[in-house]
Design a protein around this ligand. Structure first.
Ligand code: NOJ
Length: 743
């Protein structure tokens, strides 16, 4: 891959480097250390509280202040009253929106639409820039294959290629055409690296990733973000193979700076330098500061460990001045790139609210995944229905639909499903009967069920809004049981017993185990936490004003014990198949040990997920045909074209996400049974056929080999193209020789 891209700065790369050198030559050690110090700034009296340190050049960045007047005053003090006038980085977690909220990142990933994802990041960035923020801690591009982990909500799912493409789109969105534009934010790709593999899906927990898996699965999105110009990276809280990421020289020095030549800035996560002591890596905070600095962490997020110890570490010679200068240069470079030294001011006004609303709705529309639709229960026809029961704790909750990380989200901008359904029904004879039934998704109190059941009996169809409140996912919000919480399953059973069609809309921050409820539903729309305009999008989808087109960016397990279950697994020496598995209920008494298939499956769950990666239904249907490869064999310097015809075989217009998967049959390390390599979202009218073409290069065939170098190996490859990860339209080709080692 190409080396990390350089971000255009106001005065070109050389000019910026010269200005950095000039500044460094004029800074005292204390002022240099000050640049590496990020402090918390949400307190009311923050200007007073931080004033003295700002004037003394002791602060490089403030996190969590979003009042524009306060931010401007902090910047003014830094610029006008400190000796060298170095402006501040103003950091904030602007994850999937600021005031107007787009779907959670996992929902955005279900759109498989990089342009839309980029536009959502742009919208969030523009709104936040109007508050004085110039640095966001996004995108989060941790690969996550464990839905117990609450932070899966912030992730882009289980797949390295989907995450790489969408993560890079987010970087472009936040950073805009130039970082120095006052509406652009510096992005921060996080959490470097391996955080998504926290053991047992418990946040902050240990990760154990072999280097080959780390390189092939977890690092590619970070490289893609670096190549998209991400101005900064954040280290992970967790330890990886015994070394906390915040002191990890393999990650920060060898890979990031060495192999990728990254020239952006690295920030620790919150207090993570101090936590090196809690991890048991270092005995003292002094030693923690030493290890983090030597590994390559440039900025200390709120731990004050650098502030307390770096000057001493320099004075005693344990850290060379050149190391400190490099760290400071990385911080200053980001400030130059942001245009902060060149008169960048807080953007004047928020972007148009109408445009943000329409974008947030578009994203929500494309993020919802139709998981079940028996007998074409959906879409509903508001002109033939007369009464609709609208039940459940999430039908009318303007806050919960926003999801995790919405510090600044404005619930007043929310359109709930009930509000949107009411406005759609306003011009029809349809009447809605809303019963909340459960106070929260976690509630076990069934006293509202009688009323819900009566409303269902009285209706033509039942819409039930279930899921998880926002607080049940996100940082530190992990669950060991990922069924619908509280008495929601009982509620569904009561509704189903009325004999009326039951349509569930689930809003949640993670895949849930839905096996216990699925049989009681006629249709199921999975909406993630869909954001401000989620309700409007859901209503349009339910009434057929829009056609569902979201596809799962992560597998849904049948039961928790299957985790991790993901499509890109290895084959094993004993792969399971329908013929080799047996269910626990079917084992004969006294069966011989070797009669049970002897392959890699669970006796009670088989080996497949409940819903596979890439899956999602539509109100129309698509057929794939005419898969043609440009060649049966290619050399490493050649491109392989793959073309396929996709036809809308149904009655309504729809969009399909066409997915291309590869399998490298043999390798010097074992290879996944399938890997997503390319995808395209295509819109098709009924009866329309479009030819979709993909081009594969050696980059798509390459992987980290046994010796941890990257390249493609000669041999046979399978190609499948279709609408999900079980696509069966197949072709094959060969790579005629090994590639050279790729950078
Ligand atoms: C801790 C989280 O892990 C990180 O993602 C976030 O950006 C920081 N806190 C700052 O809020």
């Amino acid at each position: 891959m190409a080396k990390a891209q350089t971000i255009e700065a106001g005065h070109g790369k050389d000019g910026v480097e010269a200005r950095i050198r000039d500044l460094l030559s004029r800074m005292s050690i204390e002022e240099k250390v000050g640049q590496l110090n990020q402090v918390e700034g949400s307190a009311h009296d923050v200007v007073h509280a931080l004033g003295a340190d700002l004037r003394a050049g002791q602060i490089g960045s403030v996190i969590n202040q979003v009042d524009p007047a306060t931010v401007n005053e902090l910047q003014r003090i830094a610029r006008e009253e400190s000796r060298l006038g170095i402006p501040l980085l103003i950091g904030r977690d602007v994850i999937h929106g600021f005031k107007t909220v787009a779907p959670i990142p996992l929902g955005q990933a279900a759109t498989w639409n990089p342009d839309l994802v980029e536009a959502c990041a742009r919208m969030a960035g523009e709104e936040a820039a109007a508050a004085g923020v110039n640095w966001t801690f996004a995108p989060m591009i941790d690969i996550c294959r464990d839905p117990r982990w609450g932070r899966i909500a912030e992730s882009l799912g289980e797949d390295p290629v989907l995450t790489s493409i969408l993560g890079a789109a987010m970087v472009r969105g936040f950073q805009g055409e130039t970082l120095s534009d006052p509406t652009s934010l510096a992005a921060c790709a996080k959490h470097f690296a391996g955080y998504g593999a926290s053991e047992a899906g418990r946040d902050y927990n240990t990760t154990n990733l072999p280097e080959n898996e780390l390189r092939n699965v977890h690092l590619p999105p970070f490289r893609a973000a670096a190549e998209a110009g991400a101005a900064s990276l954040m280290t992970s809280f967790s330890d990886i193979d015994g070394i906390p990421a915040t002191a990890n020289t393999l990650l920060l020095r060898d890979v990031l700076r060495g192999e990728w030549d990254y020239d952006g800035m690295v920030v620790s996560d919150w207090d993570a330098i101090k936590q090196l002591c809690t991890h048991g890596l270092t005995e003292t905070e002094y030693e923690a500061a030493y290890q983090a600095a030597m590994a390559g962490v440039d900025m200390d997020m709120v731990a004050s460990a650098y502030r307390n110890h770096l000057a001493d570490l320099i004075a005693c010679g344990r850290i060379e001045l050149a190391v400190l200068d490099r760290m400071v240069a990385n911080v200053l470079r980001m400030k130059f790139r942001l245009g902060l030294f060149d008169g960048r001011t807080t953007a004047d006004a928020e972007p148009s609210r109408m445009a943000s609303r329409s974008l947030a709705k578009q994203a929500a529309l494309q993020s919802c995944v139709l998981l079940k639709n028996d007998h074409q229960t959906l879409p509903l026809d508001p002109t033939t229905l007369t009464r609709l029961a609208v039940i459940g704790p999430l039908a009318d909750d303007p806050v919960e639909q926003l999801g995790t990380w919405i510090f600044d989200g404005d619930p007043e901008r929310s359109v709930t499903p009930l509000a949107a359904l009411e406005s759609l029904a306003a011009d029809t004879a349809l009447s809605l009967h809303h019963v909340r039934a459960l106070a929260t998704t976690r509630s076990h109190d069934q006293s509202g069920f009688d009323e819900a059941e009566a409303a269902a009996r009285d209706a033509d169809a039942v819409l039930v809004f279930l899921g998880e409140e926002a607080i049940l996912s996100g940082e530190a919000h992990c669950r060991a049981d990922i069924d619908l919480p509280g008495a929601q399953v009982e509620l569904v059973k009561r509704l189903k017993a009325t004999g009326k069609p039951v349509i569930a809309v689930i809003q949640a921050g993670r895949p849930l185990t839905l096996a216990s409820v699925l049989d009681h539903l006629d249709a199921l729309l999975f909406a993630w936490h869909p954001g401000s305009l989620g309700g409007a999008a859901i209503a349009d989808l339910l009434f057929g004003r829009a056609c569902p087109s979201g596809k799962l960016p992560v597998s849904f397990p049948k039961m928790v014990g299957q985790i991790p279950v993901y499509y890109g697994h290895k084959n094993t020496g004993r792969p399971p198949s329908p013929d080799t598995i047996i269910h626990i209920d079917d084992i004969q008494a006294g069966a011989a040990q070797t009669s049970l298939g002897m392959t890699a499956f669970h006796l009670d769950a088989g080996y497949e997920p409940l819903f596979r990666f890439g899956f999602g239904l539509s109100y129309t249907s698509f057929a794939y045909s005419g898969l043609i490869l440009g060649s049966e064999a290619i050399a490493p310097d050649e491109t392989l074209t793959v073309q396929v015809d996709v036809t809308n075989t149904g009655e309504v217009a729809g969009e399909e996400v066409v997915q291309l998967y590869l399998r490298d049959r043999f390798g010097s390390v074992t290879r996944p049974v399938r890997e997503l390599k390319a995808f395209a979202r295509v819109a098709l009218e009924p009866g329309e056929t479009r030819q979709v073409r993909f081009e594969l290069t050696v980059e798509d065939l390459a992987f980290y080999k046994r010796n941890q170098t990257r390249g493609a190996e000669t041999g046979a490859f399978d190609v499948w193209v279709g609408g999900d990860s079980a696509a069966d339209l197949h072709a094959e080709f060969a790579l005629t020789e090994d590639s050279v080692a790729l950078p």
